[in-house]
Design a protein around this ligand. Sequence first.
Ligand code: NDP
Ligand code: 2IT
Length: 444
Amino acid sequence: MGYVDEVIERVIAKNPGEPEFHQAVKEVLESLRPVVEANEALYRREALLERITEPDRQIKFRVPWVDDKGQVQVNTGYRVQFNNAIGPYKGGLRLHPSVNVGIIKFLGFEQIFKNSLTSLPIGGGKGGSDFDPKGKSDREVMAFCQSFMNELYKYIGADEDVPAGDIGTGAREIGYMFGQYKKIRGVYEGVLTGKGLSYGGSLARTEATGYGLLYLTEEMLKCNGKDIAGKTIAVSGAGNVAIYAIQKAQQLGGKPVTCSDSTGWIYDPEGIDVALLKEVKEVKRARLTEYAAARPSAVYHEGKGVWTVKCDIALPCATQNELDLDDAKALVANGCFAVAEGANMPTTLEATKYLQENKVLFAPGKAANAGGVATSALEMSQNSERLSWSFEEVDAKLKGIMVNIFHNLDDAAKKYGHEGDYVVGANIAGFEKVATAMLAQGVC
Ligand code: NDP
Ligand code: 2IT
């Protein structure tokens, strides 16, 4: 058995009951075969693949808090510090009832390669909790966030580990966590990103993941003789990534016609009204039924279904494994020619394979959604120099980073004989820098 297969088997045996982590490791390691085969003796001796698939540490803790009725609630908190070979651990905090250690590990593992692709000095980590912010009062969310930070503060710091937002964690949650960190440590430092603009946040961080997704998609299409203008776009999700992906897609002349949340989805053939979507989701924190109620052209459907809509480009921006083989078949049958992942690992391995076999341009999340963390790293730079840059300056840097990422993965795919396979390209380009740093730093 080859080294890659041995390590995949080992990871599955050592991490039982963590299917998302197994899936992420399989995707990355299988596409690293050409590099691993070229360096097998060295990598084996250095146990490089064993080391890169084992987190530096994983922290799990109790998060007790008091709800509005005076009842004590208990959640579980996690922080997985996966790899800091190229910089301090960096990655978001997910607050969602589905969170468990396997999900945080898959996200932390992906983050290593994503962060490397940004070309900025950030290592990989991820955290979160099974707390569900939905339906909670602001006071309850604050109580949770303070309790979460009462434990997490021990492990993070501006040069150590810098968490940020993810599903369920936005500006409100980051604000409460930052306040508690400052109170406990007595230090005012850039320990979290995605902060409010009045206390160290960066302009364009809110927009960055969605905008970055479209900048990379635009470059991928351009290099394949296509463009976004006039194209019909199916988007899933209705959160931070989806909203700003829709906004930038419209600015580039595309027509996003769908969005979704965990209860249903919208088909709006006139094109999604971003101002209304923001009002429903960012201000009212309401369901998409409110969007449909306020917009005559929109139809609301219960359950899942955005990938059944005829589109040219699909942008999954909700959650992992939301686009399966049947969805991929529907997209191909409807003439979709490009899929770019705004979410982390939204496409199953079978669906990815099917799309690529059917010549659909496929940009994997670790490249396509890297604009969020890249702009977080720009927020860290601004915090370190105690300055803040204009929206235009940050946005221009973000665009440069996304264009550069596309060319790095395109070049890596070509170099190893897999032209046009951007999954292979992204994994190899992300891995090479981390591997070089790990080898240079010795056994640690
Ligand atoms: P938000 O919490 O802002 O929005 C998430 C959206 O996805 C909501 O519309 C939510 O619906 C929907 N959703 C979440 N979980 C599920 C589920 N299990 N089934 C169906 N729908 C679901 O999160 P973000 O927009 O920040 O994150 C979306 C994706 O993008 C995630 O995969 C995240 O890891 C990834 N990402 C985020 C970055 C960022 O900067 N925020 C950066 C890079 C990647 P509902 O509200 O009903 O739950
Ligand atoms: O998945 C991700 O890259 C994020 N949730 C953003 C992480 C960050 O540190 O900004």
